[in-house]
Design a protein around this ligand. Structure first.
Ligand code: TRP
Length: 399
């Protein structure tokens, strides 16, 4: 018994996933995360329903199970089927000047959801969060929020249904009232249980979770949703954000509010291999949206962890290990063509395709995405940022 317990503890120790840390000595065990967090797996029936309800092909991130977990997603789809709309809520903590591909994943997906369901979207820039956790100055954090807003806008959001806000600029009024309502439902012991705060943590950390919680409630945005207190909220995010929304869902009924629904993604792995999400501090662990084609080529060729064999002879004989191969993993996120991906799976997996060939394919695919983003980002003006961030009604947001 003693021994069994110990093994379990060690296994538990090898994987840490919370909003501030994602690390693991092995590949992240997503099944275990689903169990631990208490969310549900997304399955083919959801993909089929989305396809039928929106009358368009499901996004590649849905087809490939990049968004793999959910909470109450069925209820959103049921409501939508009855003719009720909902709104989307996502966000970003602006901790770095430029984004990497992993940062784009939730925004690309949210853009698709917005277009497919024709619904409004609120995007929270938690500039306050990054002052609290990353020791950025208030001024620097605000500057980064505005820079990041440009990258977000470059993903193609529709200004007639998208409100982007920074916490430092927007928190107050009805939003703040909801923060206090939420905070009054959560004890110190409870946040310690959910987030693992200790007595050494600054009090700003303890008081932050309501800030990320309340955009889940329509009444936090009177300029958008006044009189629509029952409007449902769907949050697309990476699964490390789940603790915030577990807390939110826990308190919602006590406040007479709907629980937000969630649709949650895998982490986009580092070039070096799949043991966690990419670290913004190691420039060689990720492809940035500011990387040149030459950077992309170098990084993929030099750092992308390969499941190919060590000699051509062995590779032809045994084939590549697709389970650990980063070029294949990245292509499964970003290569749109299902047939081509299947072709690569069989050819590379059997050893007929070589590592150099799959890497070349990946370089082409990523270069195109990054180039497209660069062009879109360059076209984003200060006036456009102001337009997205203006506190304004959006009369056509459901059309
Ligand atoms: N905490 C998130 C981050 O550090 C930012 C964020 C705020 C967010 N609200 C969100 C992310 C809602 C997803 C959904 O990046």
């Amino acid at each position: 018994m003693e021994n069994d317990k110990k093994t379990t503890d060690n296994e538990e120790d090898s994987q840490v996933v919370n909003p501030w840390e994602v690390s693991s000595t092995k590949k992240i065990d997503y099944d275990k995360l689903i169990d631990q967090f208490g969310c549900q797996r997304l399955d083919q029936s959801h993909v089929d329903r989305v396809k039928a309800l929106t009358n368009r092909p499901p996004h590649v991130f849905l087809r490939r199970n990049v968004f793999f977990a959910h909470r109450d997603f069925n209820e959103i789809l049921d409501a939508y089927e009855r003719g009720e709309k909902f709104y989307l809520y996502t966000g970003r903590g602006p901790s770095s000047e430029s984004l990497h591909l992993g940062h784009l994943v939730p925004f690309m997906f949210t853009k698709y959801l917005q277009d497919a369901f024709k619904v409004p979207l609120v995007i929270q820039l938690t500039d306050d969060e990054k002052c609290i956790w990353k020791n950025l100055t208030v001024e620097e954090s605000k500057r980064l929020a505005r820079e990041n807003a440009k990258d977000i806008i470059a993903c193609g959001f529709d200004v007639s249904r998208t409100f982007i806000f920074s916490d430092f600029n927007f928190v107050g009024g009805a939003f703040y009232e909801n923060m206090i309502r939420v905070g009054n439902c959560v004890t110190y012991n409870k946040v310690v249980g959910i987030f693992g705060f200790t007595g050494e943590d600054h009090i700003t950390k303890v008081s932050f979770p309501p800030v990320q919680a309340v955009p889940s409630f329509p009444s936090s945005f009177p300029h958008l949703f006044s009189g629509k207190d029952n409007l449902r909220c769907l949050i697309p995010c990476a699964i490390d954000q789940d603790p915030y929304f577990r807390m939110t869902r826990d308190v919602a009924p006590r406040l007479g509010y709907n629980k937000p629904a969630l649709i949650e993604s895998l982490f986009f792995p580092a070039l070096q291999g799949e043991t966690g999400k990419m670290s913004a501090s190691d420039a060689n662990s990720a492809i940035y949206v500011t990387d040149t084609q030459k950077d992309i080529k170098n990084k993929v060729n030099k750092y992308a962890f390969s499941g190919g064999q060590d000699s051509v002879e062995n590779h032809r004989k045994y084939g590549a290990n697709l389970e650990v191969d980063i070029p294949f993993k990245y292509l499964s996120f970003f290569l749109e063509d299902d047939e081509e991906l299947e072709h690569i799976r069989t050819e590379y997996g059997s050893g007929r395709m070589l590592t150099g060939e799959i890497k070349k394919k990946l370089i082409d695919v990523l270069s195109e995405i990054v180039e497209r983003h660069r062009t879109a980002r360059a076209a984003v003006t200060e006036e456009m940022v102001d337009a997205f961030m203006a506190v304004r009604p959006m009369p056509n947001m459901f059309n």
